[in-house]
Design a protein around this ligand. Structure first.
Ligand SMILES: CC(C)(COP(=O)(O)OP(=O)(O)OC[C@H]1O[C@@H](n2cnc3c(N)ncnc32)[C@H](O)[C@@H]1OP(=O)(O)O)[C@@H](O)C(=O)NCCC(=O)NCCS
Length: 377
């Protein structure tokens, strides 16, 4: 038997952690597919509810299935009163991702096999996510929670529940497309978290609460918030080069650039950039868009050779800001969409589950001597 110790791969880069049929990325060519469908086609012709069904079931829904699914989601949008009360007691200056994490845990306590046990935890969680985000965003400002409107889809309802005004067509379309783009992305950190937590047979509310914690970090979903702060910190397109030199000299990361898998421009960034343009044509441009274009060109010149290109987070914040969404709600919007992917992966994991229990390379010592507390150094 071989005694060779496997070497450590930091971040498990390139190491398969599961077999999955949910999505596919070709990082060299910039290809993303959900269940075999190219993201460009889905962004143009589909919608978030249809894509969610596709990820969960493996096939596009029939008209009847989609109508039924939309109705099911609509029936689960209203939050249990106990969950709203819990959200209202959280610190108003706390991060909405922490509120979402708490919200999922509370929802599970109220719903799993209990008060709202109508059988589908998956539909409950997906439908309740925008409601949790919008409810906390209002409660922290001392405003009333707005009841969902069953005539609106996920994107439209979210804007309605957040702002208390019926959204315009272009706003709904832009947010719906952004939700399509973020719904799944192979074995990223939060999806891996979902699979690991699910593998212990934890319930799906706990799975999603854990995945939200992973998505919150600035190297993952939290980057979109940071991108906007970064762009707002650069005075003008003319100031970009000096800013970038300083950033790279100080070994800082440029937020919204780089990806573990993509070594070319993330296809979702290209689509989001198109959406930003579409939105600006209708509602006027924003000065940070010009800064963003100058930054993309400067990074390409300095880091393009190393495969560091814009990722999905680079243009999403610009779009959300234009929709009047507060900066700290950007990552929760990512979660509103990615929850579909988490649950599709959870389903897949549970269909052939073995609890995750990787090995380690022990670098500690043996034979340590216990000393009494008064004689320690
Ligand atoms: C996404 C990310 C975490 C991928 O990480 P990774 O695959 O582990 O790659 P690393 O962080 O090890 O980067 C490899 C090299 O490229 C550099 N690099 C990667 N992304 C960079 C960025 N955005 N800005 C500057 N340098 C970057 C690293 O400094 C590192 O350089 P080194 O080899 O000299 O140490 C990383 O690109 C990053 O931190 N990007 C910024 C945050 C972000 O936008 N996240 C959203 C991801 S969708």
């Amino acid at each position: 038997m071989s005694t060779q110790v496997p070497s450590l791969v930091p971040g498990l880069a390139g190491i398969p952690a599961a077999e999955s049929a949910v999505s596919f990325i070709d990082g060299q060519q910039g290809i993303l597919e959900y269940r075999g469908h190219r993201i460009e086609v889905l962004a143009q012709r589909s919608n978030f509810e249809e894509v969610t069904w596709l990820l969960l079931h493996g096939e596009l829904p029939t008209a009847e299935e989609l109508t039924g699914f939309r109705a099911e989601l609509a029936s689960y949008r209203e939050l249990p009163q106990g969950v709203v009360e819990m959200l209202s007691k959280l610190p108003a200056d706390g991060h909405p991702m922490a509120a979402l994490q708490a919200g999922y845990a509370a929802l599970g306590m109220h719903c799993e096999g209990k008060l709202c046990a109508r059988g589908d935890d998956i539909a409950q969680i997906i439908a309740a996510t925008p409601s949790l985000v919008a409810a906390f965003a209002r409660l922290r400002r001392g405003e009333e929670v707005i009841a969902p409107d069953s005539a609106l889809d996920t994107a439209g309802n979210f804007l309605w529940m957040l702002r208390g005004e019926k959204p315009g067509e272009i706003e709904q379309h832009v947010l719906d497309t952004a939700l399509v783009l973020h719904a799944d992305h192979t074995m990223n950190a939060s999806t891996f978290t979902a699979r690991v937590v699910g593998s212990s047979e934890a319930d799906p509310y706990t799975v999603c609460a854990s995945a939200v914690g992973s998505l919150k970090g600035p190297l993952h979903g939290g980057a979109n918030e940071r991108v906007l702060a970064q762009l707002e910190g650069i005075d003008s397109p003319a100031a970009v080069k000096v800013w970038l030199d300083t950033q790279l000299h100080e070994k800082g990361k440029v937020m919204g650039f780089g990806h573990r898998v993509y070594k070319t421009k993330d296809p979702r960034a290209t689509i989001l950039q198109g959406l930003a343009r579409e939105l600006f044509e209708k509602t006027g441009t924003t000065p940070i868009y010009d800064v963003a274009l100058a930054l993309e060109a400067a990074v390409l010149e300095r880091l393009g050779e190393r495969g560091i290109y814009p990722n999905v987070d680079f243009f999403s914040g610009i779009v959300y800001q234009k929709l009047g969404i507060p900066t700290d709600i950007f990552t929760p919007i990512f979660a509103m969409s990615r929850v579909a992917g988490w649950l599709a992966h959870w389903h897949e994991q549970m269909a052939d589950n073995r609890i995750f229990r990787p090995g380690q390379i022990f670098i500690g010592s043996h034979g340590a001597q216990y000393s009494e507390i008064d004689s320690r150094g």
